[in-house]
Ligand binder design. Structure first.
Ligand SMILES: [Zn+2]
Length: 288
């Protein structure tokens, strides 16, 4: 068993909180600038009711800030019927979206129940069918948004946070849509980064790691356009770090919104997961 036996050891021990505080300051300083995603009509593409709360709550709660002048709408591609309680989960999604601050959740959240897009841990969804649902949903979202077209997609990346095939199918479907459907304006595609499992449960501390890694890649990248922006002026990435209140709201979106999903192991997720408190979105310009 190791103990602190020397003044030098004690000094290192006392230094740790100071270093942590410095990390905190550095990270918050990095994230303190206003959201780079603003004045956008955003469609968040999720696979199951509860994805918005378990994975995207820092993003949603930030982007709905009225000062950013975004509209945030959610398209859910299944009712989460793997256990036969899809009708309950639909209602829970609306309650969760409401808690997370999505305005007019009953109109801003579209939930689909396509036989070809089942809630399944083993089944990938056909990308052309996902794209077809995207196309249908965009018409409805436009109507709900006084004729304004969606110009930004946010969804999972190729890792799907948990390698869930339904999550990953959304990225493929979004790219299929952007490749094959006539889009008369540019739609930006942002994806939520998947981190290795040893970083998933670091809560806020993964914000420090992500910030440091991001800074390192910024230093080495020879990007086109202004620093942090792509050639067309779109932000290359966006980080959202929740404050205590937003973190607690995200937890309530699960405990009060998605009550049917609060089995024992979800308590670990809503307490320790970095996705409950921190999101890093990355602009994806690859359409293949
Ligand atoms: Zn999911």
């Amino acid at each position: 068993m190791s103990t602190i036996q020397s003044p030098r050891g004690l000094g290192v021990f006392l230094l740790l909180p100071i270093l942590m505080a410095a990390f905190c300051y550095y990270t918050l300083n990095q994230l303190s600038s206003h959201s780079p995603i603003r004045n956008r009509n955003i469609a968040l593409l999720i696979a199951h009711p509860d994805d918005e709360a378990m994975f995207f709550s820092p993003t949603i709660q930030s982007l709905v800030d009225p000062s950013l002048k975004n509209t945030v709408q959610i398209v859910c591609f299944s009712i989460g019927n793997a256990e036969g309680i899809g009708n309950i989960r639909e209602t829970e999604l609306l309650a969760s979206a409401d808690l997370l601050g999505v305005p007019n959740a009953t109109q801003s959240v579209l939930i689909y129940d396509e036989p070809g897009l089942p809630d399944s841990m083993t089944q990938a969804w056909p990308e052309d069918l996902v794209a077809s649902v995207i196309s249908e949903s965009l018409k409805d979202l436009r109507e709900e948004n006084n004729g304004s077209k969606v110009d930004t997609f946010i969804t999972f990346d190729k890792g799907g946070v948990s390698s869930h095939p339904n999550h990953i199918s959304l990225l493929r479907g979004a790219k299929y849509y952007l490749r094959h459907y006539p889009v008369h304006h540019e739609i930006l595609l942002y994806t939520l980064d998947t981190v290795p499992i040893y970083r998933k449960y670091l809560s806020i501390f993964d914000a420090f790691i992500t910030t440091l890694l991001e800074r390192k890649s910024d230093d080495t990248l020879q990007g086109e356009g202004e620093e942090g922006y792509s050639g067309n002026g779109a932000p290359k990435s966006a980080m959202y770090l929740s404050n205590w209140q937003a973190y607690r709201t995200a937890q309530r979106a699960m405990t009060e919104g998605h009550k049917s999903q609060m089995v024992w192991f979800r308590w670990g997720w809503i307490t320790l997961s970095r996705y409950m408190v921190f999101n890093n979105l990355v602009l994806d310009t690859d359409r293949s």
